[in-house]
Design a binder for this molecule. Structure first.
Ligand code: ZN
Length: 248
C-alpha cells in the first residue's frame, strides 16, 4: 500500500494538482488544497482504469470546474458526505482514508450530474427513480478508484448486518456502504452479461440510463420491465434513506 505522502508526491510530480488548480483559476470557488489533491487523485486513478471503463478522463477533468465550486468539511453526524446544489460536504470527523473514499463517492455524484429537459439527473437517476442503483454504482466506482490510488486490492467479504431492515441478509461485497445496492448491480451485470466497469461507466454518460434500459429490455421477457424494476428498487432506497436520516 502506498502511504499518503507517496501518493501526494506522485500527483504533485506529475503536475496534475497544478493542472487542476489552473482550470479553477479565476473562478469563484471555495476549495482547499487537500481537495484539489483529491480531485487530481480521482482523475489520475480514473486514467488507470480508462480502458476497462471506456471513459475519457481528460473530458471529465476539463468539466470539473463547471460541476464543483464548493467543497466543505463539516459536521454531518453519522453521514459520510452529501452532494447537492450547494456543493460537496464531507464529514469532518472522518480520518484521511475515509475522507478520500467518501470524497471519491461524492465527486462521482457531482461529475455524473446532468440536466436533461430541465430536470436534474445523476448517474442512473432520472429525477424520479434510479438512485438505488446509482448509489451502488457510485460506491463501486469510488472503491475501485480508491484501491487503484492506494495500490491495494478490492476485498470481497461477508458483511452481516449491513442491509437496513433485513438483519438476516448477509451481502458478500467489497463495499464500505451500499453493499446491498452493489449486489443488485452485480446481479444486473451478470444478467446482461456486461462487465461491471462498463456498467459503471454508463453512469457518467448523458444517455447512460437509456443505454442500460435498452440492454436490459433486449433480454428475453424483459421488454417494458426496466422502469418497473427501477421503481421497485426505489422503494427500498427511500426506506433506506429514511432510516439513515434517523427514523428507526
Ligand atoms: Zn451517494
Amino acid at each position: 500500500m502506498k502511504t499518503k505522502e507517496q501518493r501526494l508526491n506522485e500527483l504533485y510530480s506529475k503536475g496534475l494538482v497544478n493542472t487542476i488548480k489552473g482550470l479553477f483559476a479565476g473562478k469563484n470557488v471555495n476549495i482547499d488544497e487537500d481537495y484539489y489533491v483529491l480531485m487530481a487523485d480521482y482523475i489520475d486513478s480514473l486514467d488507470e482504469v480508462k480502458d476497462s471503463m471506456l471513459l475519457n478522463p481528460v473530458e471529465i477533468l476539463n468539466n470539473l470546474p463547471n460541476l464543483v465550486s464548493n467543497i466543505q468539511e463539516t459536521n454531518l453526524n453519522g453521514i459520510y458526505g452529501i452532494t447537492d446544489e450547494n456543493g460537496i460536504r464531507i464529514n469532518k470527523a472522518l480520518d484521511y482514508e475515509s475522507k478520500k473514499l467518501y470524497f471519491f463517492h461524492e465527486l462521482t455524484h457531482a461529475v455524473q450530474t446532468k440536466h436533461i429537459n430541465d430536470q436534474e439527473h445523476c448517474g442512473f437517476y432520472n429525477g424520479h427513480d434510479g438512485m438505488f442503483l446509482t448509489e451502488g454504482a457510485t460506491q463501486y466506482t469510488a472503491e475501485i478508484l480508491y484501491h487503484v490510488s492506494n495500490g491495494t486490492n478490492i476485498n470481497y467479504r461477508e458483511q452481516p448486518s449491513t442491509v437496513r431492515g433485513d438483519s438476516t441478509r448477509t451481502p458478500y461485497s467489497p463495499l464500505s456502504e451500499y453493499q446491498y445496492n452493489g449486489n443488485i448491480l452485480m446481479l444486473l451485470c451478470k444478467t446482461m452479461d456486461l462487465p461491471l466497469p462498463q456498467v459503471l461507466a454508463l453512469g457518467y454518460k448523458q444517455n447512460g440510463r437509456e443505454t442500460l434500459k435498452s440492454i436490459y429490455e433486449s433480454l428475453d421477457g424483459n421488454k417494458g420491465k426496466f422502469d418497473e424494476l427501477m421503481q421497485d428498487l426505489e422503494q427500498i432506497y427511500s426506506i433506506d434513506k429514511l432510516i439513515i436520516g434517523g427514523l428507526r
